[in-house]
Design a protein around this ligand. Sequence first.
Ligand code: MEV
Length: 312
Amino acid sequence: MKASAPGKIILFGEHAVVYGRAAIAVPVSQVGAQAEVSESSRLGIWIDAADVGLHAELSTLPVEDPLAALVHGFCSTFLGKPYPNLHITISSTIPVASGMGSGTAVSVALGRAMAAALGLPISDEQINALAYEIEKLHHGAPSGIDNTVVTYARPVFFTMARPIQTLGVGAPFTIVIGDSGVRAPTRESVGDVRRLWESDRPRWEAVFDQIGRLSQKAREVIESGSWAEMGPLMNENHALLQQLTVSSPQLDRLVARALDAGALGAKLSGGGRGGNMIALVSDGTAAAVAAALKSTGSPRVIITQITPVPTA
Ligand code: MEV
């Protein structure tokens, strides 16, 4: 049985979302993770993930290995012991540590493929909860936005501990995603923001409030279809992320070049200090912005369209 899950980008609100503010994330279907699971006559649960050079039986992997943790989590939640004999194959086209949700997409795809192979009727909500547990291993104290957008594969307006709100898209818009070529150290940047916040809570709470307001405004313009108004909001969000010390010279260069090349707005996306930046473009400027990012050293540029989806 096969299952897949898309990548994602955060449009607004990263970091502030960890402190209860709203954020917006969208799936990116040009990249994704795939899992194939079949029952096997060979003893044990064998995992093949050629992309990361892994071929191992579950019991030989450390329990904190994210793949092993997902399988253990799945089996202990839904099956109990003894575990079935399975063969698992994982592959992914999502760049690792780029802020595009590579780990969480593998969790979601694998959880779904296991459920399908074993004939278990497991809901999106249960898959999302399982993927969130694995996110904790990757990132420490995640907000849950990444697993949510990847599980539901639709734009989300996300606030921690609130029911999931999908986001209506009034009219399609295009985003150019530029990889900085540097790994995004999300656990570290999330930890550093926490230290900053602890050093002066009123100051950083005010910054989180500003970011939360940008997410709210962005929601209105996305839903109403006046997406071009998102550009200045993205620039403001980037400036606030710079204050939070999670940008980097390379991300700032890519953001500046995208704006020079005609983007309506640009910002880093995800944990920052590496990973990706995103730029909002009109139809006529997508190619020029993509070319500008490549010539500034971005090793990977993706052009993606965010389109209206039927509400759930
Ligand atoms: C990472 O994709 C987004 C952060 O806001 C962390 C989180 O929400 O868990 C930086």
